[in-house]
Design a protein around this ligand. Sequence first.
Ligand code: C5P
Length: 282
Amino acid sequence: MIKLISPAKINLFLQILHKRNDGYHELASLFQTITLHDILSFTFSEKDQLTCTDPEIPTNDSNLILKAVNLFRHKTNLKFNISIHLEKHIPQKAGLGGGSSNAATTLFALNRLFNDILPLNELASLGSSIGSDVPFFFSDGTAYCTGRGEIIEDVNHLPNKNLWIVKPPEGLATPLIFQNFKISDASKKDPRNVLNGFLTGNPDYFNDLEPAAFIALPALKTLKNELKNKGFETVLMSGSGSAFFCINETEIIDINNFAFVCKTDFLTRTKNNWYEIKKILQ
Ligand code: C5P
């Protein structure tokens, strides 16, 4: 039996560079894992089985966890069956990478159960066929990601920030938001300069997908303004939405009247270990 946490991520900046011939968008983004997390337990058993605390999460082969199991089995030729339990806390369709993190955690767990048969970089490249965000979770937790998001470059850890994650009741489907994206929404910045800004204490938080998400769900723009009016210095949509992360250094702001609210902070991983958390999520 092995029990691991599966953390959420946010995008501290997300720039879309152009649309590629394969239909994906070339991007540059600084990804950061946060302490908001799911918990996954793995036990060898007679047949593959996935259970989840949230009845809204599909537990059939469409779940990225079972995709990861099948991929790992195919890659290694190992014969095994596994029972997996998912304790869900990360909201879905939020841009927080919950499903991708679950898939990455599954690949790491299976590999650990088989004495680290594959190196982490191979797990990351296996993960890229499940989803563009999966390889990121094999970084140290702070990474500059390019390509369709799957090319990861570890960067120095950033000073910790206290964050609030706020999500409205509605979720957003990633393909729809990329479809809505117009190239005129792309910020004309040098992403390497933006990255250096974060690394030298001059962060520039932006997300080129916000206008596309605001078209899909106009209430999101209102929510962003409401959060800014509460006094947050930074309010930014994560990934393709619909969650925002909010930062305020000076005072605690009361925002308990939104659909999903969670206080969190940055999380990083030490080499050869998966993400670990000391405090238990409330
Ligand atoms: O890679 P993933 O399966 O997570 O992507 C889901 C969808 O989001 C893709 O099918 C594509 O429509 C869109 N996408 C994109 N550009 C990216 C990542 C995702 O257009 N860099």
